[in-house]
Design a protein around this ligand. Sequence first.
Ligand SMILES: NC(=O)c1ccc[n+]([C@@H]2O[C@H](COP(=O)([O-])OP(=O)(O)OC[C@H]3O[C@@H](n4cnc5c(N)ncnc54)[C@H](O)[C@@H]3O)[C@@H](O)[C@H]2O)c1
Length: 318
Amino acid sequence: MTVEGIRKVLVVGSGLMGHGIGQVFAQAGYAVTLNDLDDERLQRAVEGIRRNLTLFVDEALITPAELANAMANVSTDADLARAARDADLVVEATFENLESKRAVLRRISDLCPERTLLASNTSGLSVNAMAPATGRADRFVVAHFWNPPHLIPLVEVVRGDQTAESTVSRMVEVLRSIGKAPVVVQKDVLGFVGNRLQYALFREALGLVQNGVCTAEDIDTVVKMSFGRRLTTAGPLETADINGTDLFYSISQYLFPDLDNSTGPHEFFKRLIAEGRTGVKAGHGFRDWPGDRAERIRQNRDRELIRWLKVDRATKDE
Ligand SMILES: NC(=O)c1ccc[n+]([C@@H]2O[C@H](COP(=O)([O-])OP(=O)(O)OC[C@H]3O[C@@H](n4cnc5c(N)ncnc54)[C@H](O)[C@@H]3O)[C@@H](O)[C@H]2O)c1
């Protein structure tokens, strides 16, 4: 069910994130307009949505009629002035660069109605650093969707110092209406909550590999074959409670002083970048990426995430 007063949702930037964000709003019955720099990109975005929805039908997550209804809710417009004119909510999902985001947000704010709520899907830029450019800091929040946005439930809603309480609660209400699991981040911290946790793990992983404790492959095996599986059902603090906070306390006493506390990228990571080992796109990164291995992992990941959506739905229906 859509939220009263929010009918038209404009997504500015229809790339990897933008098209998936548009899709979830369209599935929930909102009139979605995708905006991008040219029609070719917009065409690709619409094809991406259709592909995602077709997989949902194949996996019996939605019916063919629901696919048709969602597609009917999606339109495109490369003319921002026309697209913004009657938008109730705008989600900005353009390049991750503070200066360019400020320029885009300023332009959007100039073009859309006074009442319009504005959200940025930045991965970790400061909400306070972007807010002044909007000229409507009270009606501006970060809404950080996770990739792939049509499959991951969490959205972090980050309030800035000037964000009105009513904007935060309205954004939460809208996100619940599209089936998302919003969490309000109460302070403007870099990386928000999720990426801070992810990068704490990443830093420790780099330290372990650099110190020869294990290989990059071992890191991935350890996480996937142990607590990675558990984390989908019990979070780290739930796990501490289940196992006993006293046990976690005594482990913290001897382990915290020994954990990696590097304040910049590790030497071997710097070398890896200097050698052009930038990951799948280069064929090598921490790991080697022959043939279609990355694509197979992506497909497995999406199927597993769809299975989780079915579990979520079944649990909600109980
Ligand atoms: N990729 C991720 O995993 C991920 C996850 C969460 C959040 N984000 C954030 O989402 C945002 C978008 O990332 P992405 O991965 O989708 O990038 P992307 O490069 O796939 O898409 C960005 C899109 O914005 C368009 N664009 C750029 N300037 C524009 C403008 N002035 N007007 C209209 N369209 C414009 C580009 O043409 C492109 O299609 C970034 O802020 C990113 O940090 C990304």
